[in-house]
Design a protein around this ligand. Structure first.
Ligand code: G3I
Length: 386
């Protein structure tokens, strides 16, 4: 049942090298003293955050950790608050890394978003199986979900500002994804998860998170979902637009603004939860979102920048980031946070998805932690005002 997006063999070593690479490649003071920072430049507009991998959280990448503390006022655990890491076996909770993230955030004036209470990925097999290994029944699964949410969201009550309660429950056409959660609990599972989260942490902002929400059909599906939840009195406060974008998608960046407006009109805020802007081409057949079940064999022709990012491509990426942040700033009354899905290009998941072992450049700090043209273009855009 597990849909693990596993790095195997060569790529396991590859992902390990990424982690070790951090420790050496980024000097302790990656961005020169007195340089511009996102948290200062966007003060009064919206929070700007980053997802942190385990190496960064545990201090094994001191340059990246310091860069994150200087630049960002919001953090998300890239993996370490997911079910498979917090409760790998029924009743055995592992909070050490999540506690370290929450402590790091508190020490650096950063708001924490918990990612993620209910997802069809990275959820251990045991959750959906009975003692015989057969599919678990509805009541036991509801009890397991309630125990997980109450224990996790309850532990961080008052310290985690918001939760991605449900992640990626929609298909590209806006219908409900066929997952074990849906098959065993029925469509009401989403409302149940939000109610459990609110019960465990009444002050927390509760978010529905998904990718490709700039697409009109998926946007409409999310609007329907939000309206249904609100009609039932279910506490939902924001839609999380993951925003895993590229040089050619969204084809029309204004679709992002249309979605922000549509979600706001349905009565919730918008949080940009996992922003990156990849520069590598997608293989044929990819939905260009973030469906981890997609995996393609490495094709050299789709990995053109192994030797470095050409200046013209870096400039194109900078222009698209500036355009995107222009839309975010135009809607700063509706957008409460923009979080990048990583700190530097070295640690990005995009180096290994949808193909393992590529060299992508999706973020705004390079592999040595230096600001890229995209960083300067974003800062210039906010300095230019609306
Ligand atoms: O930590 C283990 C390591 O011990 C082991 O040696 C290695 C090889 O097996 O695997 C490591 O775990 C990997 C983990 O990333 C940390 O690197 C997992 O296999 C791998 O599946 C996991 O990938 C994560 C992916 O979600 C799958 O869950 C990515 O880092 C993470 O960026 C990505 O994030 C998701 C969001 O949660 C939801 N939205 C889409 C986004 C991108 O897929």
């Amino acid at each position: 049942m597990t849909h693990h997006f596993r790095f195997t063999g060569r790529s396991a070593a590859f992902s390990l090298s990424l982690v070790l690479g951090f420790a050496a490649a980024v000097p302790a003071r990656a961005v020169e003293e007195g340089g511009e920072t996102y948290r200062e430049a966007f003060a009064g507009k919206f929070l700007v955050g980053a997802a942190l991998g385990r190496a960064v959280i545990e201090g094994r990448a001191p340059g990246v950790q310091g860069l994150a503390a200087r630049q960002f006022n919001a953090v998300t655990a890239e993996n370490d608050m997911k079910w498979e890491n917090l409760q790998p076996e029924e009743g055995r909770f592992e909070f050490e890394v999540a506690d370290a993230l929450v402590d790091f955030a508190a020490a650096n004036g950063m708001q924490v978003t918990g990612h993620v209470l209910l997802w069809h990925q990275q959820t251990p097999d045991w959750v959906f199986e009975d003692e015989h290994g057969d599919p678990v029944g509805r009541e036991p699964l509801l009890e397991r979900l309630e125990t997980h949410i109450r224990t996790v969201a309850g532990r961080y009550r008052g310290r985690v500002h918001g939760w991605d309660v449900v992640n990626e429950a929609l298909n590209e056409d806006g219908s409900l994804r066929d997952s074990a959660w849906l098959r065993i609990l029925g469509p009401d599972y989403i409302a149940q998860a939000f109610r459990m989260a609110h019960e465990a942490a009444p002050e927390a902002r509760l978010i529905y998170n998904d990718y490709n929400l700039y697409q009109p059909d998926k946007r409409a599906g999310a609007v329907r979902l939000v309206r249904e939840l609100k009609a039932q009195g279910v506490p939902i406060h924001a839609v999380g637009m993951q925003a895993h974008y590229g040089l050619t998608h969204p084809e029309d960046m204004a679709d992002v603004a249309r979605s922000i407006e549509a979600f706001a009109a349905s009565g919730v805020d918008v949080e940009i939860t996992e922003l990156d802007l990849a520069v590598l081409p997608f293989p044929e057949g990819s939905d260009r979102g973030a469906d981890l079940d997609e995996n393609f064999a490495l094709q050299e022709k789709l990995d053109p920048y192994r030797a470095g990012l050409p200046e013209d491509v870096a400039a194109l990426q900078a222009a698209r980031y500036a355009e995107l942040f222009g839309f975010f700033l135009d809607h700063a009354d509706k957008v409460s946070r923009v979080t990048f899905w990583g700190v530097t290009d070295a640690g990005s998941w995009k180096n290994n998805w949808p193909m393992v072992g590529r060299t992508d450049y999706p973020l705004t700090f390079d592999r040595q932690g230096r600001p890229k043209p995209a960083f300067h273009a974003i800062i210039e855009r906010v300095r230019a005002g609306n």
